[in-house]
Design a protein around this ligand. Structure first.
Ligand code: 5AD
Ligand code: SF4
Ligand code: FES
Length: 347
């Protein structure tokens, strides 16, 4: 592809929000016009979702997981992890504090932990809803009836990354799990009226640039409302310890491509991006992102929720992160949103 072609593709993406797989690949592998590409994603972000940045307070309420994903520090075979579960009172306390920091959404995230049964989750969801907060759940694959119960209790959004659209690769890296079932979960979540969040890991071993293009086309075909993309960061306590890992640049490219093709959705500047680059979230906000998910988990638990090494903020307090992130957002001329930050469909 020559120079004119790349610039024409960027223009096509920016104006039509449609590209073929080959065109996506051409842009992802181009290194010459990255600045133009990111600038286009930034313009689309500004035109469709504006300058406001939505903050979502993240509560990591259990690091216990029955799954064994090869890339993840919380996998069940990792015996080095001190496992914890926060009780309902603690979760509610953190949610109340999140509200006091001005967050309008809390994200309840955990490993796949059966200890929290449906009744317990429903009770927590209802109590958090009474605070007037929006709730995002990120607790893994469940039967449709369970998603239904969470939705009926008032949960607004659900995050479940597809991780990769390469089914064979997915089933190799997530042993015992079914890619088809994961897609079924995403469909159930969508049909039940949650805002659907999914996303992928960039740089997992065996992944190709074609497969990254498929990921973005998959996000579009699912009409996802939120997409979280982050680099794979090898964890020394996992079977993928010796693998290379993803780069900051490529993960922001996949993110920017997502903004170009799904212009009106919510896209976080992910923690993993900042873990690879000290300016990672600010740069991501200038390459298509419009959401940040600051941690509101307190105390020792932060250190124990270690998906990958080098995770940021593990020794910081929620109050510190709140003022830190506000400073970064304002420092680039953007504004912290004061609304709940649901997707406003404009496409
Ligand atoms: N590096 C980066 N992201 C990871 N995740 C799990 N392990 C890693 C890792 N080593 C991501 C997965 C999961 C999310 C909660 O964390 O994409 O969906
Ligand atoms: Fe469990 Fe999620 Fe980690 Fe897989 S990625 S081991 S499901 S916490
Ligand atoms: Fe946690 Fe900056 S957001 S220290």
């Amino acid at each position: 592809t020559d120079k004119k072609d790349i610039l024409a593709l960027i223009k096509k993406a920016e104006t039509t929000h449609e590209l073929t797989k080959d065109e996506i690949v051409a842009l992802l592998i181009d290194t010459e016009y990255e600045a133009e590409f990111f600038a286009a994603a930034d313009r689309v972000r500004r035109m469709y979702v504006g300058d406001e940045v939505h903050l979502r307070g993240l509560i990591e309420f259990s690091n216990t997981c029955k799954q064994n994903c090869l890339y993840c520090g919380l996998r069940r075979d990792n015996k080095k992890v001190n496992r914890y579960r926060l009780g309902p009172e603690t979760i509610l306390d953190f949610a109340t504090k999140a509200k006091s920091y001005g967050y309008r959404t809390v994200v309840l995230q955990s490993g796949e932990d059966e200890w929290f049964d449906v009744a317990a989750m429903v009770d927590i969801i209802k109590k958090i809803k009474e605070l007037g907060l929006a709730i995002t759940l990120s607790v893994g694959e469940k039967p449709r009836e369970v998603y239904q119960a969470y939705r009926d209790a008032g949960a607004d959004r659900y995050l479940l990354r597809i991780e990769t659209t390469d089914k064979a690769l997915y089933e190799k890296l997530d042993p015992g799990m079914s890619w088809d079932n994961r897609v079924k979960c995403l469909q159930d979540i969508k049909e039940l009226g949650f805002e659907l969040g999914t996303g992928s890991l960039v740089g997992i071993p065996g992944q190709t640039v074609e497969s990254l293009a498929d990921d973005v086309l998959f996000f579009k075909s699912m009409d996802a409302d939120m997409i979280g993309v982050g680099p794979f960061i090898p964890n020394p306590d996992t079977p993928l310890a010796k693998e290379a890992g993803g780069t900051f640049e490529l993960s922001t490219k996949v993110m920017a491509m997502t903004r170009l093709l799904l212009p009106d959705i919510n896209i976080p500047a992910t923690t993993a991006m900042e873990s690879l680059n000290p300016q990672g979230r600010v740069l991501a906000l200038q390459r298509g992102a419009n959401v940040v998910m600051p941690n509101v988990t307190e105390g020792e638990y932060r250190q124990l929720y270690l998906l990958y090494p080098g995770k940021i903020c593990i020794n910081d307090t929620p109050a510190h992160c709140r003022s830190c992130i506000t400073g970064k957002i304002q420092g680039i001329g953007r504004k912290v949103a004061e609304t709940h930050g649901f997707r406003v469909k404009r496409a």
